[in-house]
Design a protein. Structure first.
Length: 243
């Protein structure tokens, strides 16, 4: 959004939690956005953003309940299938659900046989429980994976997921940290926690996926030094245990 605002010469005001990823904050500021800090978690920042938008009549861009956003992120599935038309399974991380909703729409339209599998941290399962119960629910939000850290499900993505998503997996934060280290070691790719979650789920399901063409949505590389250190430490402990 910072980039788009800069491109069109308008002001972007972005509300983030007090402990937001410093790399992301620096990138937003570098593109000219005004960054406003509020609250301990994402949901507190979101509510403050909505209040500011109401007070000042700003154009509010919701992180999930925004049709244009869902249409935009749907192009990731389109690009994956253009590069590899034979994909049979696509894993996609879910926080608010806009990315998964977009992937479901694109994949279902191109080839309804493709399995789209959503992934969320079991430490913040609001989207999972809302999908499972087919109603919007709130759940504790304790994950360290900021891209998956939502305590409340969003109506528009959930409506699409209820209709189109058939499989949803919860993984632990430890599994996600392990997957971050594997992404570096095996794929030479720096993935933030949310971006590594699909690999964590695919590894858990590796037995049934053997021989299939699998795509993983790696949704970002904006990890902090602290989180990367934690992931590498987890990897080292796992390696030591195996030895």
């Amino acid at each position: 959004m910072s980039y788009a605002a800069k491109l069109f010469g308008v002001t972007a005001r972005i509300v983030v939690p007090e402990a937001a990823n410093p790399g992301k904050v620096a990138a937003m500021r570098g593109m000219g956005a005004e960054v406003i800090f509020h609250g301990e978690r994402f949901d507190e920042a979101r509510l403050h953003c909505e209040a500011l938008a109401g007070q000042h009549d700003y154009r509010y861009i919701h992180s999930g309940d925004e049709p244009l956003l869902i249409a935009g992120v749907a192009t990731q599935a389109l690009e994956m299938l253009e590069d590899e038309p034979e994909l049979e399974v696509i894993f996609v991380p879910i926080g608010g659900g806009s990315g998964a909703a977009g992937v479901c729409i694109a994949a279902n339209a191109i080839d309804p046989r493709i399995r789209v599998i959503g992934v969320q941290s079991e430490a913040s399962p609001a989207a999972y429980e809302s999908w499972r119960q087919k109603r919007l629910v709130e759940m504790p939000n304790r994950t360290s994976a900021e891209g998956l850290a939502t305590a409340t499900a969003f109506a528009l993505p959930q409506a699409i997921l209820w209709e189109r998503l058939r499989e949803f997996v919860l993984v632990s934060d430890e599994e996600i940290m392990q997957a971050m280290a594997w992404m570096i070691e095996r794929a030479h790719t720096l993935a933030e926690a949310a971006g590594a979650a699909p690999l964590a789920a695919a590894y858990r399901m590796r037995g049934e996926l053997a021989g299939k063409k699998v795509g993983l949505v790696c949704s970002g590389g904006n990890t902090s030094i602290e989180q990367l250190t934690e992931a590498l430490h987890t990897f080292q402990l796992k390696t030591s245990d195996r030895q």
